[in-house]
Design a protein around this ligand. Structure first.
Ligand code: PMP
Length: 364
């Protein structure tokens, strides 16, 4: 049998591990920070109609500039951030924010260039770096997974990266990053600052996001996704907001027609129902807070989360506990952080099932 190592693969890919979240189908799936609430039926019907209409012309290539979608996304962002001035020319979209990050690294990273990130963070940041031949620099956080402006600037000065990836709220810790840190990083070098805000909608209401920093900062990119708050993970729609010049850079590396006509139609239809699609965000935040409280009562150490998941410490045998939950039909995530596991906030019933199982499995 031929194995991977027998193939003439790029030397810099040898020995790397692919993205590896186990993809199992179980009654309670709280492992990849999905929105476990299905989308409302009337919205689904609208999306189906839009997609059906689009199918009639699917013999033709889609709008390469996804103009309608960019207008919808700009409208949505402006509705969430008071005072934000952002037009469709400052928006770019792709098949999930993973592809957005990949396109950013293809345009601004690549061989001979580097990207600084702050683990523990979203595992795809370093994987996409490797895949695009961009050197990954692992910075270090302060205590409690925070990153002060001083710490961030110190890492930027010492490592001289071309790109800095910041993630707020951070996956897997749930930590929100201060805008002062983002600002300080931006001013500390001449490279591109990417703020991955995949979970922005789960932060406290009224809290400004990195979108509020875009004005006058052409090297700042804010990456978002419809996978989480919009419950649209299966449709694959990620996007960014930035100076229009950034979208010109991405046009150099994207594949023509990368966003299918069906994806564009589905996303535009969903965005027309943004308030309804986002109605479950409050409940998810409520379930997240329930998880934090419930785990603390059982003697674990949940980290304060501004996202739709909770990282918790105080687990004596993470792999054992993960396995025991699995045997009860509940899958959460073991990210190999010693003494820790991460769980996504589910529906009320899923959250109850998780907390009940934890109560049973926790020695008193
Ligand atoms: N960024 C972060 C921080 C994430 O946690 C995820 C998904 N887990 C993504 C980006 C990618 O999401 P998608 O490609 O579905 O938009």
């Amino acid at each position: 049998m031929t194995s991977l190592s027998d193939l003439p693969i790029r030397d810099d890919l040898r020995g790397l591990e692919p993205y590896g979240a186990p993809h199992l189908h179980l009654p309670v799936e709280l492992n990849v920070n999905e929105n476990t609430h299905p989308i409302p039926e009337d919205v689904a019907r609208d999306i189906i109609e839009s997609v059906a209409r689009e199918l009639l012309t699917v013999n033709r290539y889609p709008d390469r500039e996804f103009t309608a979608l960019r207008e919808s996304l700009a409208g949505y962002l402006v509705s969430t951030e008071p005072g934000l001035e952002l037009g469709p020319e400052g928006i770019w979209a792709a098949n999930g924010s993973n592809e957005i990050l990949q396109q950013i690294l293809m345009a601004f990273g690549g061989p001979g260039r580097s990207v600084l990130g702050f683990p523990p963070t979203y595992s795809m940041h370093s994987i996409i770096a490797h895949a695009t031949g961009t050197r990954w620099i692992a910075g270090e956080r302060d205590a409690d997974y925070l990153i002060s402006p001083e710490t961030a600037v110190d890492w930027v000065r010492r490592s001289e990266p071309d790109i800095v990836f910041l993630c707020s709220p951070n996956n897997p810790t749930g930590t929100a990053l201060g805008l002062d840190t983002i600002n300080a990083v931006y001013d500390a070098f001449d490279g591109v600052v990417v703020v991955d805000e995949a979970y922005a909608e789960f932060t406290a209401e009224g809290e400004p996001t990195a979108l509020s920093l875009l004005e006058g900062r052409p090297r700042l990119i804010v990456s978002r996704t419809m996978s989480k708050a919009f419950a649209f993970a299966g449709a694959r729609l990620g996007y960014l907001a930035a100076d229009p010049a950034v979208t010109d850079a991405l046009r150099l590396v994207r594949l023509p027609y990368h966003l299918s006509a069906l994806t564009q139609a589905a996303a535009v239809a969903a965005l027309a129902h943004a308030p309804e699609m986002l109605a479950m965000v409050d409940d998810i935040k409520f379930q997240r807070d329930r998880i934090e409280r419930g785990l603390a009562e059982l003697g674990y150490y949940p980290w304060p989360s501004a996202a739709n998941f909770v990282l918790f410490g105080g687990v004596s045998d993470p792999e054992g506990l993960w396995q025991q939950l699995l045997e009860r039909g509940i899958i959460i995530r073991n990210l190999s952080i010693p003494g820790h596991l991460r769980v996504s906030a589910g529906t009320a019933a899923e959250t109850t099932a998780f907390l009940d199982a934890m109560r049973e499995l926790t020695p008193r």
